[in-house]
Design a protein around this ligand. Structure first.
Ligand SMILES: NC(=O)C1=CN([C@@H]2O[C@H](COP(=O)(O)OP(=O)(O)OC[C@H]3O[C@@H](n4cnc5c(N)ncnc54)[C@H](OP(=O)(O)O)[C@@H]3O)[C@@H](O)[C@H]2O)C=CC1
Ligand SMILES: O=C(CO)COP(=O)(O)O
Length: 340
């Protein structure tokens, strides 16, 4: 039987996921605050701004009324940028309370909240009381919306403390090009997802500056080392960082022109100003805000994250990228691993 799903956010990823679910035979309503985009999805079956190539399934219905999207939904899938999660969750909570509903909450966002440094599932836990949610599940992993829209074979992680719930969501999303693996390490999955965006900004920047493959491999590998360091200190399982939501997502984001984070970094490396880059992107570049959260979090926990800190300095302190690279290279010599 079809499962009723409310998808919140008709950006690139929300549209790709909602369309996939509709094509899987689920009953999907996508909520979008922009009424013109709602009309475009319902009447033209397109979303030209975010996914210009996609022909959207006529099974997918869009609405600008949150209560309409949530009415009867068994799954509520949050796919708005990190900075909008709390605000949208507050609106959802009000509606679920009136509807006396208790859906499974799933999110596919990748970031850490600015100020609080919270992971997305923690924000959702704070804003939606247990009486109005039947667990929280995280969808993550190497998955550019553009590739999923083209039905490229894609493998992801679906994470929840409750393995049965993760398996239920796994079955609802799975098809012949979209394969999901369950994982109970919610902290590791969310931390890998958030922090790889910062490293992708750095890899884009060194590409823009003309550095070669050795430099990119070094940055990605040492980037993963510090992502794992912070993640493990927060309670993650180190193995998660060699999985799809760790190295998998780091690789796809650091090597693809589809990545907004990589593209933003590339433009910065070529000398563009951050404000101009963000304004011209027309889509969210999560790594910029996450660089600040990760820098502050690592500082407060006394975790060494030299690459993330260097990227923070470039983005927020106006440091020259070449000077930041030189400082990284002048650090004292170290062993690769500190085996206990
Ligand atoms: N794109 C991708 O390939 C992937 C993205 N992700 C993650 O998914 C999340 C969403 O990204 P993505 O879809 O790419 O982002 P986009 O920038 O493509 O789209 C964002 C969507 O959220 C909406 N939105 C923004 N702010 C609000 C708000 N306050 N209230 C309601 N709606 C809002 C936007 O509406 P409007 O257009 O009106 O501003 C738009 O529909 C991010 O955390 C990203 O890291 C994860 C995997 C893949
Ligand atoms: O998370 C993503 C791919 O897995 C998308 O990355 P960008 O936000 O950099 O486009």
């Amino acid at each position: 039987m079809a499962v009723q799903v409310a998808v919140l956010g008709a950006g690139s990823w929300g549209t790709a996921l909602a369309n996939l679910l509709a094509e899987n035979g689920q009953d999907v309503k996508i909520w979008e605050h922009n009424a013109e985009r709602v009309a475009e999805i319902n009447e033209q079956h397109t979303n030209k701004h975010y996914l210009p190539e996609l022909k959207i399934s006529p099974r997918l219905k869009a609405t600008s009324e949150l209560a309409d999207a949530l009415n009867g939904a068994q799954i509520v899938l949050f796919v708005v940028p990190t900075k909008a999660i709390r605000e949208v969750a507050k609106q959802v909570e009000k509606v679920l309370r009136i509807q006396q509903a208790r859906p499974v909450i799933v999110h596919a966002a990748k970031g850490l909240e600015q100020g609080t440094h919270l992971r997305i599932s923690q924000i959702l836990e704070e804003e939606i009381p247990a009486a109005n949610r039947n667990g929280i599940v995280v969808l993550s992993g190497p998955s550019h919306a553009e590739n999923v829209a083209q039905k490229d074979i894609t493998a992801l992680t679906v994470a929840s403390h409750d393995v049965e719930q993760a398996e239920w969501v796994q079955n609802i999303f799975s098809n012949d090009y979209f394969r999901l693996y369950t994982n109970q390490d919610v902290i590791g999955v969310e931390m890998g997802a958030a922090l790889k965006n910062v490293i992708a900004l750095g890899v884009g920047a060194i590409h823009g500056l003309g550095y070669g493959d050795n430099t990119k491999a070094a940055l990605m590998t040492r980037g993963l080392a510090e992502i794992s360091r912070l993640g493990v200190a927060m309670g993650a399982n180190p193995l998660t960082f060699i999985g799809l939501s760790g190295v998998g997502d780091l690789v796809v984001t650091c090597t693809s022109v589809n990545s907004r984070n990589w593209r933003a970094g590339n433009q910065l490396g070529q000398g563009a100003k951050l404000d101009d880059v963000l304004q011209n992107m027309g889509m969210v570049v999560e790594g910029v805000a996450t660089a600040q959260s990760a820098h502050e979090l690592a500082d407060s926990m006394d975790i060494d994250m030299p690459i993330t800190n260097a990227i923070y300095d470039v983005l927020y302190q106006g440091k020259d990228i070449k000077a930041a690279i030189a400082e990284l290279m002048q650090r004292s010599n170290k062993p690769e691993f500190n085996f206990e």
